[in-house]
Every structure is written in C-alpha cells, then in structure tokens.
Design a protein around this ligand. Structure first.
Ligand code: KG4
Ligand code: ZN
Length: 342
C-alpha cells in the first residue's frame, strides 16, 4: 500500500510517500523567515504553506518515483496546530482524495510523533514510553499498540521548548532559543548554578517549566543586572538546560521502569537537544532500557510520521476513510485530551 501524507500544522510544509511502513520520500520545507519576528506568525505561516504545498507534493512524488495515480490513500494532520496552517494541508489533501477517488486518513499530529521512533528502528517493541517534547507540548505516554496509548503526564504550564525559547530571549539570544542555548551550553558548567527541578518530587508524570523560567529571570536580575559575559552566559545556559533535561530524563526512566517498557522514544523539536540525547542514552543504559531518538527529519515536524500511522489505521480498516466531512482542531493537548485511546 502507498500512502501520500501531508503535514502543515505549524511552520513546516511536508509531504511524504510511505509504502509498507517504509519511507519512500519525506520532503520538508521549513519557514525560516519567522525567526526575524521572534516566533511563528500564524497568518504568514498559512500563506507560506499555500505557496509551497503543491511544489513540496510534486517533489515527494518525484523523489519516490511515484505516480500520483498509484497512491492508494491520502492522509493529513488535522490537529493540533495553527488553524490556518492545518486548513491549508487539510483542504489540499481533501482535494487530492476527491480527484483521485481514494480514502483519506485524518491524523492527530501528536500520534505521528508518538510512533516516530518506529520509523527509525523497526525493533521497537510494545509497550514503549514516548516523550513528545516541543515548543507547544511536553507529553509522556505509555504506548501499548498502534491503536492503544495512555497519556501519563503533561506540562501543567509552559512546554519545555517554550521555556528554552523564553530563557534564550532573557539571555539575549535569538529565536528559536533551544538550539542557541544548546550551543552556548557546550562551553558552560551545568553545575555552576542550581535551578529548580519542578515536579520531580511529585508521584506523577506531570511537568512544569514556568517556575524554572521565572527563577532564571529573578536570578539574572539579582546577579547580572548589567548583563553577563559570554562565559557567564554559557554557565547559565548549561545550568538551565541541565534542570530541564534532568526532569525529562528522570520522568522517562521512572515511567519505563514502572510500566516495564524496554524502549523509550523521544521526539519533537526539543529532542534535538544534544545534552538530552546524551543524558537519556546514558541513564537508559544503566537502567537496561533502549532509547530511540529519531533522526532530525523524523523527530521534527514531518509527513513521514503522519503517513506511517495512517497506514496502520488503514490496515485496521475500522473507519470510513471516504468521509471528507472532518474538520481541523487547533487545540493543544493537555491532560484529559487524547488520554485513553483504545
Ligand atoms: O517540534 P517543533 O519544531 O515545533 C513545535 O513546537 O511544534 O519544536 C520547536 C521547539 C522550539 O521551542 C525550539 O526552541 C526547540 O523546539 N528546540 C530545541 C532544540 N532545537 C529546537 N530545544 C532545545 N535544544 C535544541 N537543540
Ligand atoms: Zn510537532
């Protein structure tokens, strides 16, 4: 079966062709122009998707040497994300499904991330722990099968990526802040300053990063009212990063132990963080667990992960995927949403 998948929930326009769980192509066009605005501008994002989606789709077909007439099904991200951006992808995909008279699978973007490690490593076995950590979400799941997963915890305030971006802005760094903090921290001492590890003492899997962000703000006002030099900034960045990574890693390992999961998958923009990747791999090894941090093209927003889970849904054959009446839903996932899918 050949599935053509479309992802346009935020600032990446992506189209992929998946065949029998194999990625035949995965074209991603990123909207870098948002950096000068210090964040994604929704109206500009949707206009950019409109401009690029047709070209990205042609590239995905050509890179996989596929004729569009040979596509068996379409799929598209319908939630969560920016409304305008989701609508562009959704309408484009509906148009294709209508024209070629093929089924179309609406996919939840988070579901795509959840299984992205399976794209990378076919040895991943159920149950596994999946951490989705991005600018909008910090979600920890236990995944039992391709159709059953349970949300164990989520952030109760800021997402981890949001904290990286806000602290980066306090340190005078550009947007997106995560990669800049990651780079600066390479030369810093992660134990120089002690920032709070929120929720680590709680017997649940929720996260909170707002207090950490505020404590960096007060710390800077108290100790560096006139600004910090490069070496001091590196120490602050490394110490802040250590606090975020500590919480993420400890909660993942705790969940893997409690649910007897052998594998931990981490995905979303923050999973690109070099310190997170190193620390989780090391801690997992000492706990006899395996970590899958997908390559950047599978852990950032991409259509391959959407097509992968769409193909699994199609093979279950439960729903009527010829129904074009589905709509988009921008609402971010927090507890009580996408919680107990069985
Ligand atoms: O998944 P993503 O591309 O978009 C969504 O938020 O959906 O994630 C973007 C987030 C931003 O907050 C960015 O600062 C963060 O991921 N990020 C990082 C790194 N690269 C991107 N955070 C920490 N370290 C990084 N290397
Ligand atoms: Zn995402």
């Amino acid at each position: 079966m050949k599935v053509l998948a479309i992802e346009s929930s935020c600032d990446e326009t992506s189209v992929a062709v998946i065949e029998n769980s194999q990625v035949k192509s995965n074209i991603i066009s990123s909207q870098y122009f948002h950096t000068k605005f210090g964040g994604v501008v929704p109206e500009l994002a949707s206009r950019a998707h409109i401009k690029s989606i047709s070209t990205v789709c042609k590239e995905a077909l050509s890179a996989s040497a596929t004729n569009i007439e040979d596509i068996d099904a379409f799929s598209v991200t319908t939630q969560p994300g920016l409304s305008g951006s989701l609508i562009v992808g959704s309408n484009f995909a509906k148009g294709l499904a209508l024209k070629y008279k093929k089924p179309i699978v609406p996919v939840n973007h988070i579901e795509g991330h959840l299984y992205s490690g399976c794209l990378q490593d076919s040895a991943v076995s159920f149950p596994f722990i999946s951490l989705v950590v991005s600018g909008g979400h910090t979600l920890l799941y236990i995944v039992h099968s391709y159709s059953k997963y349970v949300l164990l915890g989520s952030t109760i305030d800021d997402a981890a990526g949001e904290a990286f971006d806000k602290v980066a802005s306090m340190l005078g760094l550009g947007y997106p802040g995560g990669p800049q903090i990651d780079m600066l921290a390479q030369n810093g001492d992660p134990n120089k300053y002690s920032f709070p590890r929120s929720m680590l003492d709680k017997p649940n899997y929720d996260f909170s990063f707002s207090g950490l962000k505020t404590s960096v703000k007060y710390f800077l006002a108290e100790h560096f009212p006139d600004g910090a030099d490069k070496a001091q900034l590196s120490d602050i960045a490394a110490s802040f990063q250590e606090a975020v990574v500590d919480v993420l890693v400890q909660k993942c390992i705790k969940a893997a132990n409690e649910y007897s999961a052998k594998y931990i998958i981490i995905s979303g923009g923050v999973s690109a963080n070099s310190h997170l990747r190193q620390k989780i791999a090391k801690t997992a090894e000492t706990n006899n667990k395996k970590v899958v941090c997908p390559d950047m093209s599978f852990c950032m927003d991409n259509a391959a992960m959407i097509g992968f889970i769409a193909e699994k849904k199609l093979s279950q054959g439960i729903e009527n995927y010829f129904d074009l009446s589905f709509t988009v839903d921008p609402t971010a996932i927090r507890r009580n949403k996408l919680q107990n899918r069985t």
